[in-house]
Design a protein around this ligand. Sequence first.
Ligand SMILES: *[C@@H]1O[C@H](CO)[C@@H](O)[C@H](O)[C@H]1NC(C)=O
Ligand SMILES: *[C@@H]1O[C@H](CO)[C@@H](O)[C@H](O)[C@H]1NC(C)=O
Ligand SMILES: *[C@@H]1O[C@H](CO)[C@@H](O)[C@H](O)[C@H]1NC(C)=O
Ligand SMILES: *[C@@H]1O[C@H](CO)[C@@H](O)[C@H](O)[C@H]1NC(C)=O
Ligand SMILES: *[C@@H]1O[C@H](CO)[C@@H](O)[C@H](O)[C@H]1NC(C)=O
Ligand SMILES: *[C@@H]1O[C@H](CO)[C@@H](O)[C@H](O)[C@H]1NC(C)=O
Length: 497
Amino acid sequence: MGKLMCVLLLLLSNLFVITASCAANGEASAIGDPGMRRDGLRVAFEAWNFCNGVGQEAPAMGSPRAADCFHLSSKPKHSNTRKHKHKPHHTDTNSLVHKVTKADNKLGVGKPFPGLSPKALNNPDLYAVEKELYLGSLCQVSDTPEPWQFWMLMLKNGNYDSKSGLCPRNGKKVLPFNSSNNFPCFGNGCMNQPILYHQHTTLHKNGTLRGSFSGTYEFNSSTAQNSSYYEVVWEKQIATGSWVFSHKLRTSKNYPWLMLYLRADATKGYSGGYPYDTRGMLKTLPESPNFKVRLSLDIKQGGGPKSQFYLIDIGSCWKNNGAPCDGDLLTDVTRYSEMIINPETPAWCSPTSIRNCPPFHITPNNTKIHRNDTINFPYGAYHYYCAPGNAQHLQEPYSSCDPYSNPQAQELVQLLPHPVWAEYGYPTKQGEGWVGDGRTWELDVGGLSSRLYFYQDPGTTPARRIWTSLDVGTEIFVTDKAELAEWTLSNFDVILT
Ligand SMILES: *[C@@H]1O[C@H](CO)[C@@H](O)[C@H](O)[C@H]1NC(C)=O
Ligand SMILES: *[C@@H]1O[C@H](CO)[C@@H](O)[C@H](O)[C@H]1NC(C)=O
Ligand SMILES: *[C@@H]1O[C@H](CO)[C@@H](O)[C@H](O)[C@H]1NC(C)=O
Ligand SMILES: *[C@@H]1O[C@H](CO)[C@@H](O)[C@H](O)[C@H]1NC(C)=O
Ligand SMILES: *[C@@H]1O[C@H](CO)[C@@H](O)[C@H](O)[C@H]1NC(C)=O
Ligand SMILES: *[C@@H]1O[C@H](CO)[C@@H](O)[C@H](O)[C@H]1NC(C)=O
């Protein structure tokens, strides 16, 4: 039925009706652009320092938020000759009308824009938050039940200078200190924001739409050859198929820990790891167990043994008593679960290191297997579990999550391919979905995440597991040499079941 409708609409209607109807296909999508098929792309960029803030803007780059959003305008050839602020690009009958200018993308502290609050004008962290809202207002698309704004490309620098005083500890402000931990940092300025180059999307004569964001963290360095590098190119044939997002991420000696993800975030409220009002793509917030994620992933280069490639990372926030987060950084807890598909990633959870395992595993028939049950517990299914730093009633022994790398305490449940995940359509063997095994996945993310252990205070009502960020990409975690990861992502959809 869905397929037939598409064909009829293709013959009878304009572009927008085709894309909307084909994508619907009888299924309800939680996102604004089901399957990444909408020609009028909405995509944004955000860069985070170690604790998901800005700290200081990179010279001449403005605040590290940018967007590329446009609609296609069908006009007879040669009709549009008057000068226009957003210069249209022509093919036969279509032109792109950009909604975000170069000047919008360059906005940085000290420069006002509509809606900017006085307290944010000279504060790089608050400025970035409000710039995201402003870019969202330029990109917003009306829809039901909610308008939506953009896909988000997120880049994060894992360097941490404990002498900078920039990052709170489990949400609590701390003074600069000399760290005994081995956080990577080459010295003063190691937490910098990157250079950002932007190629606005253009429409080529052959019907290819293409644009990109790219850049480096080494803005002082002349040794470009071995510099850190990131790039996301988006490309689509007009009126057909999915956008294909091609990603590259390279670490360097000075920037050995980098992350690059494509995220579907909440359109308002908090998104994973971010205690501020956000903009995004999730016009309906998916809740466990009632959603699936479909996507095509093709990894060309893995990024070395430390590349924790996430065949989906899901993020949310709730308190240890199960209540939703409210922005109180001392009691809010970011919760993440992520499947790491790099076959070189070992299980840190094992019968002899149960501190790295969640207290129990829950089977599809809801049987709990305790981690001390060495015969039945699937140790190989868990890379690492760590508990929130502010939890009061943890089962010994436990490992606490890094207290500095989020604005508030965090909890991580990191999974590995294993037969216990077969029920949910996730990889069951090391190597599945890895380099040379590009696939389209239909993951029962809702079902799986309903049966993961997350910490809660005894006797409290279980949290509703509502997810505010779903993302795919890699975290190259402290490499001893430059490593390159390269992958494409397309057909991303979040299906409500
Ligand atoms: C860190 O150590 C250096 C040298 O040992 C010392 O000079 C400096 O005051 C210390 N800084 C802090 C914030 O403790
Ligand atoms: C770049 O150079 C300037 C001036 O020498 C220095 O203050 C800054 O810390 C450097 N930044 C980085 C990221 O190396
Ligand atoms: C379309 O043209 C552009 C620009 O010349 C080129 O880079 C691209 O590869 C072409 N795409 C296809 C599908 O031929
Ligand atoms: C880049 O790194 C390679 C080895 O990793 C080294 O041989 C080369 O000299 C470096 N180039 C520069 C310009 O630093
Ligand atoms: C639940 O599944 C496990 C294996 O996953 C099996 O051993 C057990 O018998 C099942 N329990 C019930 C009640 O079906
Ligand atoms: C396993 O842990 C549970 C919960 O802490 C405990 O009740 C049980 O006695 C333990 N079993 C073994 C064999 O240690």
